[in-house]
Design a protein around this ligand. Structure first.
Ligand code: NDP
Ligand code: 2IT
Length: 442
């Protein structure tokens, strides 16, 4: 039945390999559950849930600093609004295409369902490369992108946020243009600056949330983060705050990376070294190699940090960054846990290896849901015209991550093992599917 279903998906979403991968992973978990609950079969929920409610594709013309006219392609995939308005980030990266955004929007639907908040799922972005662009070029691009996007979004319709290549700077430019065109000051984007409607802890939330989720997983084994050696990939928003929280909780962080290579610091990163990384990546927009020069440690060109000895791996850069060989290396080197900060960072073969080895494997839609959760809290604060202090937001984030963990336990318990992948997929699915049943064939 799964094969038959996937055959249709591959045919009708031709060439969209990342989307096929995300659907296949979810369907493998939920198909047995659906068979036991024929109400979903009767309403054809699975066929409906994989079909985006709406996809918008648009031209983004802009003028570079040399006065040349440039064109990129912009997208917004509005995947599912059964439990709330579309919600999900924007990615600006040259690799962006429909397949990648559909996989991200699909993941987002079930992730948002797990958060316990009323958030539907969407994702968008452009095949724009922010690398090497001036602030003025970024601003002009963001303004052109929002000039079209604004007619499709709204604080109760679709609320974008950041993702790869979209951080505080881009959200500022996007928000400014939305406000100018619509003449309204509302919570239409999240990840805003704290002076103009942003939530405290939103920048930190994905990384912190991922660490809180890993803490919950370790607790089931009577274990903790104290003294654990952690390999973190990426050096952007998620990686930086994952590393910061790990260090604060007594773990050792030995690696970070970017798309050029990775650094290995056996003495561990510390808050001071992370301040250097934040300046390097967020302000100077430099390369992680410069960290190795500054702190005299090893840099590995074109490599990812999965060959180093570690207890816990935190893939926090991009999709499919851990393959079967990496997974085998991690297990061989004693890795007991994986917390996915990135979306779908492990290939299906790698996931299989982790599940077979029965290590604690926290899939992205559960482990990295802290970011969108605090986005939901930012929306709540905007609606109330209030802002909560950081302790309050952090406490709510912790509670949400614990609740997500509980939902995984609810559906993921197997003999002597917790299959978090199965747990997250089924729990995320049930809430959305039940809402779709309630709302009829729409
Ligand atoms: P950033 O743009 O802040 O950082 C991305 C990091 O990943 C950079 O170090 C970048 O390197 C590296 N990277 C990007 N693409 C590739 C690639 N193709 N190969 C190798 N390295 C790459 O993004 P975020 O930290 O926000 O996002 C990281 C991951 O976390 C993504 O998968 C995203 O979808 C996911 N995520 C993000 C959330 C958020 O709130 N921001 C929430 C939940 C998940 P370089 O500097 O060279 O570009
Ligand atoms: O993948 C994700 O969950 C995000 N990029 C954050 C989405 C959001 O709306 O905060």
């Amino acid at each position: 039945m799964k094969q038959e279903f996937m055959k249709k998906i591959v045919e009708s979403h031709a060439g969209e390999v990342e989307f096929h991968q995300a659907v296949s992973e979810l369907v493998a978990s939920v198909m047995p559950y659906i068979k036991k609950n024929p109400k979903y079969l009767k309403a054809n929920i699975l066929e409906r849930i994989v079909e985006p409610e709406r996809v918008i594709i648009f031209r983004v013309p802009w003028v570079d600093d040399q006065g040349r006219v440039q064109v990129n392609r912009g997208y917004r995939v509005q995947m599912n609004s059964a439990i709330g308005p579309y919600k999900g980030g924007l990615r600006f990266h040259p690799s962006v295409n429909l397949s990648i955004l559909k996989f991200l929007a699909f993941e987002q639907v079930f992730k948002n369902s797990l958060t316990t908040l009323a958030l539907g799922g969407g994702k968008g972005g452009a095949n724009f490369d922010p690398k090497g662009k001036s602030d003025n070029e970024i601003m002009r691009f963001c303004q052109s992108f929002m000039t079209e996007l604004q007619r499709h979004i709204g604080p109760d319709i679709d609320i974008p946020a950041g993702d790869i290549g979209v951080g505080a700077r881009e959200i500022g430019f996007l928000y400014g243009q939305y406000k100018r065109l619509r003449n309204e000051f509302t919570g239409v984007l999240t990840g805003k600056g704290v002076n103009w409607g942003g939530s405290l802890i939103r920048p930190e939330a994905t990384g912190y949330g991922c660490v809180y989720f890993v803490q919950e997983m370790l607790k089931t084994k009577g274990d903790s983060l104290e003294g654990k050696v952690c390999a973190v990939s990426g050096s952007g928003n998620v990686a930086q705050h994952t590393a910061a929280k790990l260090i604060q909780l007594g773990a050792k962080v030995v690696s970070l990376s970017d798309s050029s290579g990775c650094v290995y610091d056996p003495d561990s990163f510390c808050q001071e070294k992370l301040t250097f990384v934040k300046k390097l990546k967020n302000i100077k927009r430099g390369r992680i190699r410069e960290y190795a020069d500054k702190y005299k440690c090893k840099y590995f060109d074109c490599r990812r940090p999965w060959n180093f000895k570690c207890d816990i791996a935190f893939p926090s850069a991009t999709q499919n960054e851990i393959n079967a060989t990496d997974a085998k290396n991690l297990i061989k080197n004693g890795c007991i846990c994986v917390g996915e900060g990135a979306n779908m960072p492990c290939t299906p073969e790698a996931v299989k290896i982790f599940l077979k080895a029965k290590i604690l494997y926290g899939p992205g839609k559960a482990a990295n849901a802290g970011g969108v959760s605090v986005s939901g809290l930012e929306m709540a604060q905007n609606s109330q015209r209030l802002s909560w202090d950081s302790q309050e937001v952090d406490a709510k984030l912790k509670q949400i991550m614990a609740k997500i963990h509980n939902q995984c336990l609810c559906y993921g318990k197997e003999k002597g093992f917790i299959n978090y992948l199965k747990g997250a997929n089924i729990a995320g699915f049930v809430k959305v599917a039940d809402a779709m049943l309630d709302q009829g064939v729409v």
